[in-house]
Design a protein around this ligand. Sequence first.
Ligand code: SAM
Length: 271
Amino acid sequence: MNDPKVFEILERHGLSTTKSLGQNFLKSGAVLEKIATAALPAERIIEIGAGIGSLTALLCQGAKEVITIEIDRKLEPLLKEQVPFPNHQFLWQDVLKTDLAALGRGTIVGNLPYYITTEILSLLLENISCWDCAVLMVQKEVAERLLCAPGSKDYRAASVWVQGLCEGELLFEVPPHCFHPAPHVHSAVIRLRPKADRPDPKGFIAFVQAAFAARRKMFASSAAVQQLLKCDKSTLSALLEQAGLPQNSRAEAFSPREFLRLYKLAQIKNG
Ligand code: SAM
């Protein structure tokens, strides 16, 4: 694909980018192709954020059906021109207010607006049964945080959410000069595939969040976990023993697999 002439296309429509909406549009044909290749083939694609429609157009050529959620209606005339495909539909709304289940199961693709990365990730993980694969451009630091191992200073609740519920991989990095305008940060594209044997996402997310509320405290003494599971320290000690984990463990030391084991045991205990 040739590099899209982002500035010229915007200018022709009397438009400029809106910083507060995270509008850094890809201007590298090579990067756009790599993202599309990572997501295709797919029956149905649900794209988050259209920009000037460069990625949308590529996706429309490889998928049966593409639905794009875009909040910025001033892009509509430009996008009608750039995305003239019969297998495509725009939803002019906030992705965070979108009922993903109503759209049908698909592959999620998005060069995400970075100001709401965490909120979008939470939405996707809570609705994990609505998608089979997600190809997402995020800030490079965020990608590293989500996919890092326990023991790293970057390891946090979101790392466990993602790695507990999905198989995740960092596909490639994207430098600032590939965007118009160039952001101040480096980016990376990640691909997530939901694990077949995953727990219920909302319960697991809440459990991990509670455990990380006092990440450096001993897990068995965690008031937040005790409150969530409506139990006391001795119950958490029993959970640790059953899971084969040391009594003095801290939440930040558990691997995603160990969190899954603990959560499963906690659910059995709670009936
Ligand atoms: N996909 C395009 C590309 O790669 O060039 C655009 C990516 S740009 C980083 C993010 C896009 O998400 C923008 O078009 C922006 O208007 C849109 N956006 C921002 N906030 C949104 C929201 N809450 N819901 C839906 N779209 C949003």
